[in-house]
Design a protein around this ligand. Sequence first.
Ligand code: FES
Length: 225
Amino acid sequence: MREDGSPPGTIFVADGDAAMLRRLAPVAAAYGLAVVTAEPSDPPRAVVVDVEGPEALHRLAQWRARWPDAIVAGHLASPDRELWVSVQRSGADLVCNRGALAVRLRERLGQPERAGPRRFPLLAAADIAGRLGLLGRFEQTPVGPVALFRVGPQLCAITDSCPHAGAVLSQGELASAVLTCPRHGSQFDVRTGERLRGPADREVAPHRVVEEAGQVSLVLDPDRG
Ligand code: FES
C-alpha cells in the first residue's frame, strides 16, 4: 500500500514465466511497484509482453490503446528483425531481447520524460539509400495511410489521401516537391502539405519523419493522435 492507502502501481507481465518474474521483482521494488500477472483494473506503469507468444502483437496493440501512458515493453528470444519492427509498429515503447528486458525497463522507468512522442517505424534507411521521389506507401499507420518522399536531402511524409475526394495522392505525379493528385489535379507541396492548387480547398496533413539508428520512422504527435 502507498502512504495514502491506495494500492501500489504495477508492472503487468503477460505470460511471464518464473525466470522473468524473478528478474523483474527487483526492478518493481526499486520503483515501489508490484509485479502482477493478471490484467490489472487500474492502468499499470508498465506492460511486459513476450512477443513470441500466441496473439501477442494483437494483445500488445490492445493494451497500448487501453493504457496510453504505460510503458509497453516487448521482449523476444530470437533476433528476428521483422518481428522486432512489427512490435514497434504495434505501439511498443521498448523492444529488446529477453535477457536485456529487466535492465532496459529499469532505465525506462527512471526516465519518465521519455514518454514523449512515440515513433512508428516505416523502413530501414538502407532500403532507401540514394533514392529520390516517392519512397513508399504505408497503408496502416496510427495516422492512417502515409506516403514517404525524399526531396533533395529531406525526407517528408504526408497523409496519402487527397482532402478533395480521397484519391490516393502517391499515385499522382511528383515534380520536384509538387505532387499532383491523379483524380482532379489538386497540387500539394509534399515538404509541408501546403495546397498549391485546387479544387482541394485545404492542405494535406504533413507528418514528421526521423532517421535514427538506421531506421526511418514517423514521429507520432500525441496531440494529433
Ligand atoms: S481527389 Fe484529389 S483533386 Fe479531387
